[in-house]
Design a protein around this ligand. Structure first.
Ligand code: ATP
Ligand code: MG
Length: 402
């Protein structure tokens, strides 16, 4: 198959391919962007594979950065763009079902494509628009099927992360997983315990954010792969309830929202501890924890001003969207009004601080003053104290003489 026109991102990178060829090597576009072009989707990153070894690639271009030279990747800066150029490679010895012990650079495109995970991810595209399809990926694209390159059993035992990737591509592409590929994913799922949690998180997060995330969750359930993910053992019914209780057309608007929905469905009592096991950032843990708390608060109460002040409109909005997706009553207007009514959004906006109380009213630093400032903050949020110096001083004097 030959593409008549190349998308602009590829066009822009064509001079690089030509330069590599002029130097006597082969070069192709490879990976997800070729798949996405064939599917008529927008592309994000243009990956180039070449028969030149990293040192040779560096000689061809003026400005390069070693970003992953041990994996064969050189970053080339050219015409205002940045391009990752990776030497053809095989990954021969896998240790512990994780990353290969060593990668060997090779001169053969075929060897490079053979080590790729799925047929639809194993295309190469040359500068004339010719698609190189060694594993019948075009038929799989047409049939919307995800199939491992080569023997599925081997491929998942080499690198179990491919199981998570398989689930996520089912969700992002809306593809069915071919039978023997699926079978191998299921039988090799226990190997997921050996995979770094950070890598699993990235794939699982992409699954949740995909438009067809339900399809990914269904495949996760059928493979029982959840049993080998942190703190997700024996959760079949809970995943089912997530699917049953969420509107079929709903897509998550953020990762934080998606993970909050997941934690609620899994009935996780300690969101931060759970997300710590997934090795997420504390900032992420905090945001998900807040959405879960807001959601639980809303089960028995209307939204209130102190809640809007404490969590901020954005997270509350996301929790409300989850309610909407579950067919529960929602009140977005109330959230908007409460937020608009807030005279302050954080304590730094209060015109009086501890320093001023010490300087002008002779207070001493300590728990008593801390308590007073807290009371000031609360009174301003609730709307019965103005954020005004004189009013606050009066309030503080009255409170401290109680
Ligand atoms: P996306 O559009 O989400 O970036 P992608 O297919 O480009 O999807 P990447 O993770 O960016 O996925 O990987 C780029 C390419 O590298 C893949 O298309 C695939 O050919 C190959 N690849 C990545 N990870 C693996 C793996 N674990 N095993 C085999 N091949 C892989
Ligand atoms: Mg990619």
């Amino acid at each position: 198959m030959k593409l008549e026109t190349l998308p602009s991102d590829f066009q822009k990178a064509l001079p690089l391919l030509k330069k590599i060829k002029e130097a006597g090597f082969e070069a192709y576009f490879v990976g997800g962007s070729v798949r996405d072009v064939l599917l008529g989707r927008d592309i994000h990153d243009v990956d180039i594979a070449t028969s030149s070894y990293p040192e040779e690639t560096k000689q061809i271009f003026e400005r390069t950065v070693d970003i992953g030279i041990e994996h064969g990747t050189v970053l080339v800066l050219e015409d205002g763009g940045e391009y990752e150029i990776t030497t053809f490679r095989t990954e021969d010895v896998y240790v512990d079902y994780r990353r290969p012990k060593s990668v060997s650079f090779v001169r053969s495109l075929e060897e490079d494509l053979k080590r790729r995970d799925f047929t639809v991810n194993a295309f190469a595209l040359d500068e004339s628009g010719q698609v190189i399809d060694l594993f019948d990926g075009l038929s799989d694209l047409k049939a919307k099927v995800l199939r491992a390159v080569g023997r599925a059993e081997e491929r998942f035992s080499e690198d179990a992360l491919r199981i998570m990737r398989g689930l996520r591509f089912a969700a992002s592409l809306n593809f069915d997983i071919e039978r023997s590929t699926f079978h191998a994913m299921k039988t090799h799922a226990p190997l997921l315990e050996k995979i770094s949690v950070e890598r699993s998180f990235i794939e699982f997060d992409k699954l949740l954010m995909a438009p067809h995330w339900r399809k990914g969750i269904e495949a996760l359930m059928e493979t029982r792969a959840y049993d080998y993910l942190p703190d997700c053992q024996d959760t079949f019914e809970k995943w089912q309830s997530l699917l049953d209780e969420t509107d079929e057309k709903f897509s998550f608007s953020s990762s934080e929202q998606a993970w909050a929905a997941l934690l609620l469905a899994l009935e996780i009592e300690q969101p931060k501890a759970f997300l710590k096991k997934w090795k997420t950032s504390t900032q992420f843990q905090q945001a998900v924890d807040s959405i879960v708390s807001i959601y639980r608060f809303r089960l028995s109460s209307d939204m209130t001003k102190p809640e809007v002040y404490r969590y901020g409109k954005d997270l509350i909005w996301q929790a409300e969207e989850l309610r909407q997706a579950q067919g529960l009553s929602v009140d977005f207007a109330r959230i908007k009004h409460l937020d608009a009514d807030l005279t302050i959004h954080n304590k730094h906006e209060i015109v009086v601080n501890g320093g001023l109380l010490i300087k002008e009213l002779g207070f001493k630093p300590g728990p008593q003053m801390g308590g007073l400032l807290k009371a000031v903050e609360e009174a301003i949020v609730l709307g019965y104290l103005a954020n005004d110096k004189e009013a606050i001083f009066k309030f503080v004097k009255a409170e401290s003489s109680k």
